[in-house]
Design a protein around this ligand. Structure first.
Ligand SMILES: Cc1ncc(C[n+]2csc(CCOP(=O)(O)OP(=O)(O)O)c2C)c(N)n1
Ligand SMILES: [Mg+2]
Length: 892
């Protein structure tokens, strides 16, 4: 008869084996014991075909056994007192803010659950400066911000008044932003993390970018680590998990994730019916990470050590997170009954503990000894990134006010009793009569707590978070790199993408500054004709090239190198933009003026990864986003999902992003030269979006005369005036990007066929024009008796007789945005609607942005102004071969 688990002889047998293993462990150590287990498994497979079932998880217990723990490196008692003070002030900040202003929000429970994770890190691990001059880079969980502010208050870095104005940043003297926002607190926060998922993916690419800088010899100091403090609910975001194999593939042992597994998200449990710690363990182990679970606190040590038959650990592994959450709010008696009551042997294990003691059994994430052990192991680990999964209770310490309850995430108010309870639990010396207002509390500078805390930070090189711009101004690239493009191509047809790539290659070749350029592509280099750069500067690989590339004997072979300069990211726009952010903020984070050029399919930019671009803006990221194969009708053939006619509309909301839709080579050269100057020489907190296209066209010479450069940069200049002097009527055509060439054809048609003289203007940026005009209008409203400012667009077009016909490869709303400042009737032609698989001519006909539709729109506008007869328009429709009943592309 087969033995069963409960069979007495099996139990005996198991014990014997375990005893033998224990003997090997004591005699020869853990490595030998591990090898022995492997040998046993091999033997079993060979002799009897026994295959151990695959398991991605380890038992539900701490990865680090209690006897492997290092001694705690500081005073536990002192650190507990400091932590209590931070807890109190973090809570007080939110409670006070909501007393003063109902509904202002804030989070108490997140930090309450994570306090130990942060405090152990702040006191012993997060280095603001290392011995080699490097530092640790830390991504703080966004809505744990009150804890970071409360600590900075104790450190003397944030005033009481600022705490008072938490979430009221517009108060005189300023306040504190809800979450980490470098834009709003540029000397404090470095990384916006509160849009969930953006922290973890950014941390991965930051750690990778650090290795890139080191491997390329650009960053001398080494040894800094990247820490990311994350929520367990946050791990559901695709961005959180999407790049974790990059981290292991590139052996990012400078990266540590700390996931606060409080088992709850906003509405309720993260995995009520499952176990988030086990799930994440499986995912990250499978991806090659070093996983450290911190589940049980010291209180559990002896129970687990005495669990010789593994009964307890097995039982702990059966209980679901939803049930564990229930234990947090229930009595010790319930806990005993429900968890241990399933087996008399389990009950026996805890019979020496009272219900009260049982209820107070601490979890690993609240135990500094366990957390310290995990951090110490993580920083020692080499060869792969580490994730620490720490089990905690959401709203820890709030008791009835929310500890472990589903409502805890939203808890912002505590009544007097609850405040009193919290105060007493954490021993904050505030008398009852003052409690009602939840006053902040900071002991004097010479108190033992403050002295200890300051000494710890001093030991670790200073404070964190703290944002500093470490790079000084860069010198400009020489003019000669850009001048070639002013000449035009003498009829030779090239696309603006080719122009851009040629310019990029030139910049890369600069002997002094070229090394600071970072070309980033998401598997699209050939699409953009960039393959020549593979050979020129190499593709970055952390291991070099361990194979013979298939195209080795060609000129442009696929060259990977440890000091390669191109970041070939593969098919991940999210990852690529994180590299862009890491490079574009290196001026601050690493003191190196890196200039990223992220070149991608324009359709997969703002639309797909807009939130990361928003974060880049917040972070004062610099560099160039280059939207390739842009333009709804210029990208032929690819159809609805690829043809972009709205990225410039989506670029409008980003406040510090300058967006251009250039038509000509010299425009690109002027914009990039000026962009590098503004961002890296003048050190402005701006970045650029540039669309380039793949339609080969002859690039004209830059027109002579004053104001062209200024016009290109400000967004508008006259490119080609009409030569016709005896015109019946006059009009102005505003063209952009490749559609400029349609405007130029229309100019000719209007002159030759309809006797209309039309000047052609190049609009390089509607966004620039809109911003300037809006700014003038606002100023004029606020200064009614002063001489009114005239918007650039109005002043420039002032003497140009309208109507104005604007045409671009983007939505009509783009030119419409400046309509009221155009001195005359504005008609906007654009590419509203879904794209189609077709050639350019057919697409431009379909979207009504080709020369004939420009002519028609011009004639119609002139007729509306009674400058020509409606008959002329009617006749033109026939002459131009336009079907007046054709479907509206905007909705078809
Ligand atoms: C992309 C995104 N979606 C939603 C939110 C709103 N939100 C803020 S906190 C939160 C719950 C967070 O849960 P978890 O990650 O487990 O953090 P905890 O507070 O439990 O530590 C949600 C949904 C957000 N900030 N970002
Ligand atoms: Mg959570």
């Amino acid at each position: 008869m087969a033995q069963t688990e409960t069979d007495g002889s099996e139990v005996l047998e198991t014990r014997e084996w375990v005893d033998s293993l224990d003997y090997v462990l004591t005699k020869s150590g853990a490595n030998r014991a591990g090898r022995l287990l492997q040998q046993l498994a091999l033997h079993a497979r060979r002799e009897a075909g026994i295959n151990l079932p695959f398991s991605a998880t380890t038992p539900y217990q701490n990865t680090i056994a209690s006897r492997q723990q290092p001694p705690f490196p500081g005073s536990q008692e002192m650190e507990r007192r400091i932590k209590s003070l931070v807890r109190w002030n973090a809570l007080a900040m939110v409670v006070r803010a909501n007393k003063i202003q109902e509904g202002i929000g804030g989070h108490i429970s997140t930090y309450a659950s994570a306090a130990t994770l942060y405090e152990v890190a702040f006191n012993h691990f997060l280095r603001a400066q290392t011995e080699t001059g490097d530092r640790d880079i830390v991504y703080f969980q966004g809505h744990a911000a009150p804890g970071m502010y409360a600590r900075a208050y104790l450190e003397g870095r944030i005033s009481k008044q600022k705490l008072e104005n938490f979430r009221r940043e517009l108060k005189p003297g300023g306040g504190l932003s809800s979450y980490p926002h470098p834009w709003l607190m540029p000397e404090f926060w470095e990384f916006p993390t509160v849009s969930m998922g953006l922290g973890p993916i950014q941390a991965i690419y930051q750690a990778r970018f650090i290795k890139y800088l080191e491997n390329r010899g650009l960053k001398q100091s080494t040894g800094g680590r990247v820490w990311a403090f994350l929520g367990d609910g946050e791990m559901d975001e695709p961005e959180s998990l999407g790049s974790i194999t990059l981290a292991s593939r590139e052996k990012l042992d400078n990266l540590i994730f700390v996931v606060n597994c409080n088992l709850q998200r906003l509405d309720g449990p993260v995995r009520g019916n499952g176990k988030i710690i086990q799930e994440l363990e499986a995912i990250f182990r499978g991806a090659g990470w070093n996983v450290i679970k911190v589940i049980w606190g010291t209180d559990w040590d002896s129970l687990i050590q005495n669990d010789r038959d593994g009964l307890l650990v097995k039982r702990l592994g059966e209980v679901s997170d939803g049930q564990y959450q229930k234990y947090f709010v229930e009595s010790g008696a319930y806990f005993r009954q429900n968890l241990f009551g399933t087996d008399p042997r389990l009950l026996k294990m805890v019979e020496h503990l009272s219900d009260e003691q049982l209820a107070r059994m601490r979890l690993g994430g609240h135990d500094p000894i366990k957390v310290n052990a995990a951090y110490a192991a993580a920083v020692k680990h080499t060869g792969s990134p580490t994730i620490i999964l720490a089990k905690t209770i959401k709203g820890y310490g709030l008791g009835e006010a929310g500890e472990g309850k589903n409502i805890t995430h939203q808890q912002k108010k505590l009544n007097d009793d609850e405040l009193q309870m919290f105060r007493s639990r954490f021993g904050i010396p505030i008398p009852d009569e003052e409690l009602h207002n939840a006053p902040f509390y900071r002991p004097s500078d010479d108190s033992a707590e403050i002295k200890y805390l300051q000494a710890r930070r001093q030991q670790l090189g200073g404070y964190t978070p703290q944002r500093k711009v470490r790079a000084s101004a860069m010198k400009p690239f020489p003019d000669s790199h850009f001048e070639e493009f002013h000449k035009g191509t003498e009829g030779r047809e090239v696309s603006t993408t080719m122009v851009f790539v040629r310019l990029l290659a030139k910049l890369l070749r600069d002997p002094e500054l070229g090394k600071f350029i970072v070309p980033i592509v998401p598997d699209e280099a050939r699409t953009f004709g960039m393959e020549a750069l593979f050979r020129q500067v190499g593709i970055y690989s952390n291991v070099g090239q361990n194979y013979e590339p298939v195209d080795m004997d060609t000129l442009l072979y696929y060259k990977e190198a440890k000091n390669g300069q191109i970041l070939e990211e593969g098919i991940t726009e999210a990852g690529s933009v994180c590299s862009f952010i890491a490079a574009g903020t290196a001026y601050a984070n690493h003191g190196i003026n890196m200039i990223p050029f992220f070149i991608y399919y324009s359709m997969f930019g703002f639309q797909r990864i807009g939130d990361l671009i928003w974060a880049a803006a917040d972070m004062r990221c610099r560099g160039f986003l280059v939207g390739g194969t842009a333009g709804r009708t210029t990208l032929a053939g690819e159809g609805l999902q690829h043809q972009d006619g709205h990225s410039h509309v989506l670029a409008l909301p980003v406040p510090n992003l300058i967006a251009y839709d250039p038509a000509f080579a010299y425009e690109i050269a002027i914009i990039i030269q000026d962009g590098i100057k503004r961002m890296y020489v003048d050190q402005e907190s701006i970045f650029y979006y540039l669309t380039v296209t793949n339609e080969p066209l002859p690039m004209p010479e830059m027109p002579a005369g004053p104001g062209i450069r200024e016009g290109v940069l400000k967004g508008l200049y006259r490119f080609k005036a009409s030569a016709k002097t005896d015109a019946k009527a006059r009009a102005q055509l505003l063209g952009s990007g490749t559609i400029m060439y349609e405007a130029l054809k229309a100019q000719q048609l209007l002159e030759e066929k309809y006797g209309v003289a039309a000047d052609v203007w190049s609009v390089t940026s509607y966004k620039q024009l809109y911003r300037d005009a809006n700014d003038c209008e606002r100023w004029n409203t606020l200064h009614p008796v002063e001489t009114a400012k005239v918007p650039y667009v109005t002043a420039t077009l002032q003497d140009a007789p309208g109507p104005f016909i604007a045409v671009s490869d983007y939505m009509k709303v783009l030119p419409e945005s400046i309509a009221k400042w155009v001195p005359g009737q504005l008609v906007s032609l654009g590419t509203d609607g879904f794209g189609r698989s077709e050639n350019r001519a057919a697409l431009r006909d379909f979207f009504e942005v080709d020369a004939k539709h420009i002519v028609l729109a011009t004639l119609a506008a002139l007729a509306r102004e009674k400058k020509i007869c409606a008959d002329v328009v009617e006749r033109a429709i026939q002459e131009l071969g336009i079907n007046p009943e054709k479907a509206n592309p905007a909705t078809s």
